[in-house]
Structure formats: C-alpha cells, structure tokens
Design a protein around this ligand. Structure first.
Ligand code: ZN
Length: 188
C-alpha cells in the first residue's frame, strides 16, 4: 500500500471514557483510530465515515453524529476500536456535500442529488481501513454498522457478527433514513 505515516499513541479522555488515539496519514487524508486499552481477539469495531456537519455541528439531516456517540459509548464500555475514516460525505468532500444539500433543499433525495452532481451514491473505499486493522493485527471483528455494503467491503478480515446501531429518526432525517434503507440497502 501507498506510504502511510503513523503517529505515536496518545491518551484521549472523552465524555464517554478514555481512549487511546493514533493518526494514520494517507496522502492528504489523515485518519484517526481511537481504541480502548483492552482489545480482545474479536473486538467491536466501528468504521465511522467522517461527517463534519453531523459529527461536529449537531446536524440532524443525517444520523452520523448519533451513530458516533452510540459507538463511543458502547466501545468505551465493552472495549474495541473506532476507525474515523476521513471520507467526508461518502467521499464526495465538503464542497460536493454542501452542493448536494442545496439540491436536497430543492426536493431531490440524497441519491438523486449525488447523481445530478456526477457522483455515485457512495464513493467510499476501504483500503486504509484494511491497512489499519492489519497494522493492529486484528483478524476478526464484530462490526458495528447498519450498512451491509461495509460488511462486503472489508474483505481481509473476518466479520463474526454485525452489531446494529439503533437511532431514532427525527422530522429532518426521516426521509434520509428511508432512502438509506430503501435505495442503499441499510438495515435500520
Ligand atoms: Zn452525516
């Protein structure tokens, strides 16, 4: 795989508990891994795709912020790892995502908006995730996700079970969650 720069490991105390944090730099993208001291042979792993609006700004257009909070809470308690995958807006970047939101304001759904901008519904790739799991010598995981495509995308690791993330819909993300479920195969 391409050149990856890897940081040292530091402590990251959070409101959910204390994690270890380590950064992996792949070209211009800097990914983060947070993990508990105890990592068993089949840890709970969340591969969380960056969503600045949902994760940091409290956007309720999507369920990313709540999914991240759910993951941190569960993993702080049970042990495991979150790979914070810097592929914003299903890898269309912030500019693409905000343009897609503008189209959604005009009535397009999340998939239609991406298509109108010349993107696929989902542009994400997972090589760096496999690199990171391999770096930690993790051979099997319990994957915390509602996205079956993510299960298929991780080929070099055994997924012993899928743990669902249960999030309530709100009036803003109801339609978005419906599209994710019906058109993108998410199990909600
Ligand atoms: Zn989001």
């Amino acid at each position: 795989m391409r050149n990856i720069d890897i940081s040292k490991v530091a402590k990251l105390p959070t409101k959910y508990g204390t994690f270890n944090i380590q950064a992996f730099k792949e070209k211009e993208k800097e990914h983060l891994v947070i993990f508990t001291n105890e990592l068993n042979a089949n840890p709970i792993v969340r591969v969380h795709s960056e969503c600045l609006t949902g994760d940091a700004l409290g956007s309720v257009k999507c369920d990313c912020g709540e999914q991240l909070a759910f993951s941190q809470e569960l993993i702080a308690k049970e042990g495991g790892m979150i790979i914070y995958h810097r592929q914003e807006g299903r890898n269309i970047g912030l500019l693409g995502k905000v343009n897609a939101y503008a189209l959604q304001d005009q009535g397009l759904d999340t998939v239609e908006a991406n298509h109108q901008l010349g993107f696929r519904a989902d542009e994400r790739t997972y090589e760096i995730v496999e690199y990171i799991l391999d770096y930690f010598k993790i051979k099997k995981i319990q994957l915390l996700t509602n996205n079956p495509k993510k299960i298929d995308s991780l080929k070099n690791v055994e997924i012993t079970q899928r743990i669902p993330i249960l999030i309530k819909s709100n009036p803003y993300n109801e339609e978005y969650l419906q599209v994710k479920k019906e058109q993108m195969g998410h199990l909600l």
